[in-house]
Structure formats: C-alpha cells, structure tokens
Design a protein around this ligand. Structure first.
Ligand code: HBI
Length: 96
C-alpha cells in the first residue's frame, strides 16, 4: 500500500519541484508546459511516457497543439504519494 503524503510532506516536496501546484480538489499536483510547436510537445510527451513506464506510475494529461498539462496523483493512495513527487522530478529533469 503506498502512503499518502501529509500536508507538511507535500509542502516540503513541492518546494523541491519547478512550477508544480497542488490542487486540493483533485488532490493532485499539476504543471502546464508550452513548446515551440506540436512536434516539440509530442516529443516531450514521448519522453514523459517512457519515464512513466519506467516508474510504473502514470500521469493524467492533456495536449492541445503546443501545450501539455500534466496532473499527478496516486490512485492507490487516494492522493499524493512519493511516486508523484519522483515522477514530477523526472519530468522537470527532461526540461533541464
Ligand atoms: N499511476 N498515477 C498513477 N497512480 C497510480 O495509483 C498508479 C499508476 N500507475 C500504475 C498503478 N497505479 C498500479 O497499477 C501499479 O502501481 C501496480
């Protein structure tokens, strides 16, 4: 069973991420990304998909042309877990 992060753990974890915000309604963290064009956006999504598969943890996401919005939560924990933070960190690294 994967543990849900406490409010304190979540706030600390968010400080280590870049541009992710917590949505109390969904209990997820989300970040929006903008790219040059669709091709760049989809290339990013491909790399995120590979990172998600490697992590065994998958995003809720949407794409419109050059924009991608990613939301992370852990269904098994009913909220945010360390898996979400780890995947967000991996996603941030793709942009570095
Ligand atoms: N992805 N975001 C997210 N949340 C989950 O709870 C989740 C997942 N991917 C796979 C998964 N759970 C489980 O099927 C495996 O961890 C077993």
């Amino acid at each position: 069973m994967v543990e849900k992060l406490s409010d304190g753990q979540r706030e600390t974890a968010l400080r280590g991420l870049d541009g992710w915000v917590y949505d109390a309604t969904s209990g997820a963290i989300a970040r929006a990304f903008k790219f040059k064009d669709f091709s760049e956006a989809f290339a990013f999504m491909t790399r995120v998909a590979l990172a998600a598969e490697k992590a065994g943890h998958h995003p809720d996401w949407s794409n419109t042309y050059n924009s991608v919005t990613i939301s992370l939560s852990t269904h098994d924990a009913g909220g945010l877990s360390a898996r979400d933070i780890a995947l967000a960190q991996a996603i941030d690294k793709l942009l570095a």
